[in-house]
Design a protein around this ligand. Structure first.
Ligand SMILES: [Zn+2]
Length: 392
């Protein structure tokens, strides 16, 4: 029996909400044997989990182990509850910290919150798993944190990138020497200017990607060429309209399946957008990579029942250097959505040819029929999508 079908079988028998979900989709565990089979099961959304947990607290019938067998329980904003099994490195962060060069016996300050939410404890378990000695820093008390980092000559940092920057400024203000060599950051975007500023202070910065429910879903290697997906983690990049897996390279929702026997995270849509890099990485690690964080599904707007996402639109418009500015405008007449792409062109561009090319590309890349309106100008900071529909 494969690891996947073993997990599915166990969850079906032990997590009542997972069994109901399978039954509703007309599936039995025998139908889900391979990764490709997973596409038969509709995506479970975070909002679905929140609703399930509201109806059936605390875990909405998704827990597949006795609650007394857990090590910790957490609650994240939503509210959404998360169980932590009593296993080594439950968030699977060790592999990411190793790739970031964290070493046994290294002291590392962990500046993720330890209060109620999982990040602090989860990263601490990862650090301990590879033999690092964590300082449970948490968030706040920056003066005390930098004093401690200085007196222990701490070389590792785990936390938000912006918080690291704040600590460095605090140390400078207090004239305290710090000894940081490497940082593992996640949970917010890392602007390249910030990475560079940290590098200039002698700190190597590695990014991770994950969620409160799923733990580690991707991490930098020294090549910094996309996030390696950890082993025992299935990530499908799926069409945000129908949940079906997309070809490698196309942008869609990150949908996660874990071989997790205590909590049913199967076809869980995390609401983030990314794409898969399938080419092997120069570092030699096997497997697929995620091509960074490309936005939230929530920013998408539905037009004619299909999602239009600013990122998709930006990807398409990147192919049109002759377009100076653009905005997609959604209107509604006679209960039908209309999509108009307003564009401002560079000087001397043939507007008929560009309009035709935009229409054709939109049909292929966005799967939308649209009208093109060539304008003389658009206001600065025009949002990429304007929804003018009213729903009286
Ligand atoms: Zn690599």
């Amino acid at each position: 029996m494969s690891q996947l079908s073993d997990t599915i079988q166990h969850l079906y028998q032990n997590a009542p909400a997972f069994q109901r979900r399978m039954d509703k989709a007309g599936l039995t565990p025998a139908d889900l044997q391979t990764e490709a089979d997973l596409a038969k099961l509709p995506v479970l959304r975070k909002d679905d989990v929140i609703e399930l947990q509201k109806q059936e607290p605390p875990f909405g019938g998704l827990l597949a182990a006795p609650i007394g067998s857990l090590r910790r329980v957490f609650q994240s904003p939503g509210p959404i509850n998360e169980p932590e099994p009593n296993e080594p490195d439950p968030g699977r962060w060790a592999i990411a910290l190793e790739a970031a060069g964290f070493q046994p016996d290294q002291l590392a300050i962990n500046c993720f919150g330890y209060h109620m939410t999982p990040a602090g404890a989860s990263l601490e378990e990862g650090l301990r798993h590879i033999g690092c000695v964590p300082i449970p820093g948490g968030i706040g008390n920056q003066e005390q944190q930098v004093q401690m980092m200085s007196s222990f000559q701490v070389t590792g940092y785990v936390g938000l990138p912006s918080y690291l920057n704040a600590l460095l400024e605090k140390a400078e203000a207090l004239n305290l020497p710090l000894y940081l060599q490497r940082a593992f950051v996640l949970a917010e975007p890392l602007p390249s200017s910030l990475r560079q500023a940290l590098n200039e202070r002698g700190i190597e910065v590695f990014q991770g990607y994950g969620t409160a429910e799923c733990g580690n879903l991707g991490y930098d290697c020294p090549e910094l060429a996309g996030w390696h997906i950890p082993e025992n983690t299935i990530i499908q990049i799926c069409d945000i309209n129908n949940g079906q897996p997309l070809p490698y390279g196309e942008t869609g929702e990150v949908v996660v399946t874990l071989f997790n026997k205590h909590y049913a995270l199967v076809r869980f849509g995390v609401g983030d957008l990314s794409s898969i890099i399938a080419e092997p990485c120069a570092c030699g690690r096997p497997g697929l990579r995620l091509n960074g964080w490309q936005g939230r599904v929530g920013a998408a707007t539905k037009v004619r029942g299909m999602f239009l996402h600013p990122t998709q639109l930006a990807d398409m418009m990147a192919r049109f250097p002759q377009v100076k500015a653009y905005q997609a405008i959604i209107t509604r007449k006679d209960h039908r959505d209309d999509l108009t792409l307003a564009v401002v062109l560079q000087k001397g561009v043939d507007s008929t040819a560009v309009s035709q090319s935009l229409k054709t590309t939109a049909r292929q890349a966005l799967k939308f029929e649209l009208k093109v309106a060539v304008l003389d100008s658009l206001p600065a900071n025009t949002p990429p999508i304007r929804d003018e529909r009213t729903w009286e």
